[in-house]
Design a protein around this ligand. Structure first.
Ligand SMILES: Nc1ncnc2c1ncn2[C@@H]1O[C@H](COP(=O)(O)OP(=O)(O)OP(=O)(O)O)[C@@H](O)[C@H]1O
Ligand SMILES: [Mg+2]
Length: 443
């Protein structure tokens, strides 16, 4: 132990290994503990009014769905997404709809000038008088704006461009982002304002700043979308007031953002006409269901050892499924070259995609296209049996939500969501029979 800072340990001689430890002031060897009288005493849980955490509709149905009904006063919601995905457009629309119902909204932008936002408002028809604008990147001034305007909704675009003089560090850095979010959370809790924060994402898709940013806020939403298409999805990642596995669908146009209450037709329109060798499954990414597509191509019969090229799927699992198809379903694919791939670089490591892999290979081999309205979910065992997988309800709901009308599933899966026909197959042979039937009836 040393009373002053030392770079080198006096005992062992190594550098940088001595840590600083704060010493508690002690009286006769015991640490001094002082109790402070609380400003607001603790109260019985039953005496707290639950009405204070009611959801207020944002006026955008798809966003309300993800939020679990709407925005809760005093809550902080973080919306994270890639550059240019449409975050500012969506949140300006939220502010506008909020104002339309007679409430006041304040839009604080640290990225764009008030003029730029006004231009967007003109283009998207979001210029309601009760939407207040301020181009501000200083946190203290931003808090001042909130006090002056007295809104019930505040949009902060974005948390990475706000900075405070109270802590060191560069704007957008870990220390600043944390300090800004903490201050905004405090402001939301004390004033009862619903706060919507825009967050930037890093190259690998995480929210820029510390991971703990997600702990500081009440709701975390991810805004996803492909530049090549107008479809945008808002996914709940964390929600203290509702389910965190909801998805909201939108279309981003030149003149604003539009809710897609029924994305099924849209999703299927984007898919080309069914071709042999493709099968769709629903995988779970954490708690989030994702639609994935497996593609298979059967090459020519090899005299030597056949080629197996796999991308996005576990190669040993693919080899096992091929062997099961050969032995249990009497599909003599063993001597052919087989190429397997997922679409869009997706990784299907979950065993629930086994059945889709098997059906993609069988569909390519027998030249039977699987209908574009069908999904296949299930694990394939070595005996050719089909096994149930976790989160079946969630997967089936996602399939139903995205417009699929039939699902090939293992035995015992009985209750599906409305609109989704469950086709139980006991084993891999049964699944191939079901595939033939639905291909004949087109789903
Ligand atoms: N003048 C315009 N006409 C048509 N479309 C436009 C126009 N300006 C922007 N857009 C569209 O709006 C999209 C999203 O804009 P928006 O500013 O809402 O995204 P953002 O997620 O806030 O981006 P950033 O991360 O840069 O803040 C753009 O990618 C573009 O396709
Ligand atoms: Mg923006």
């Amino acid at each position: 132990m040393a009373a002053k800072w030392v770079g080198r340990c006096p005992d062992c001689g190594t550098w940088g290994t001595v840590n600083e430890v704060a010493v508690l002031s002690t009286v006769h060897g015991a640490a001094v503990r002082r109790a402070v009288a609380p400003a607001s005493p603790a109260v019985p849980i039953s005496s707290i009014d639950p009405g204070a955490t009611r959801h207020f509709h944002t006026g955008i149905s798809e966003l309300d769905r993800v939020l679990g009904g709407g925005l809760v006063p005093g809550s902080v919601t973080l919306l994270a997404g890639d550059p240019g995905v449409g975050k500012s457009t969506l949140l300006l629309e939220v502010a506008h709809r909020w104002a339309e119902t007679g409430r006041r909204a304040l839009y604080l932008s640290g990225e764009e000038s008030a003029g730029q936002i006004r231009l967007r408002a003109e283009r998207t028809g979001c210029s309601h008088d009760e939407v207040f604008l301020a181009a501000e990147s200083d946190l203290q001034t931003a808090l001042g704006h909130i006090e002056a305007v007295q809104p019930s909704l505040v949009v902060v675009d974005s948390v990475q461009t706000m900075s405070t003089a109270e802590v060191d560090g560069v704007t957008g850095g870990v220390t600043q982002v944390r300090a800004v979010t903490t201050a905004l959370t405090m402001a939301a809790k004390t004033t009862g304002v619903a706060m919507l924060l825009v967050g930037h994402v890093t190259k690998d898709g995480a929210i820029a700043g510390p991971r703990s940013l997600e702990h500081l806020v009440d709701v975390v939403l991810h805004f996803e979308g492909d530049r090549a298409s107008a479809l945008r999805m808002v996914r709940g990642v964390k929600n203290r007031f509702g389910a965190a596995d909801e998805v909201g669908c939108f279309l981003l146009h030149d003149n604003g953002i539009e809710c897609v209450a029924d994305p099924s037709g849209l999703f299927l329109d984007q898919r080309p006409a069914p071709v042999p060798g493709t099968a769709v499954t629903v995988t779970l990414d954490g708690k989030r269901p994702l639609i994935g597509e497996v593609q298979a191509l059967i090459g020519s019969a090899s005299t030597g050892s056949p080629r197996r090229a796999v991308s996005g799927i576990d190669s040993s699992r693919a080899a096992m499924i091929t062997a099961v198809l050969e032995k249990r379903a009497h599909l003599s694919v063993g001597s052919y070259d087989i190429y397997l791939s997922t679409v869009g670089g997706m990784r299907l490591t979950d065993p629930s995609s086994d059945l889709a892999v098997a059906l993609a290979i069988a569909s390519a081999y027998a030249d039977i296209p699987m209908p574009a309205t069908a999904v296949a979910i299930g694990e394939v065992g070595l005996a050719g049996d089909l096994r149930r997988v976790t989160g079946m309800d969630r997967r089936l709901s996602e399939a139903a939500r995205l417009g699929f009308t039939s699902a090939i599933v293992p035995p015992g899966v009985k209750d599906g969501p409305a609109g989704l026909r469950l086709l139980n197959a006991d084993n891999i042979g049964g699944a191939l029979r079901v595939l033939r039937e639905i291909a004949d009836n087109k789903g």
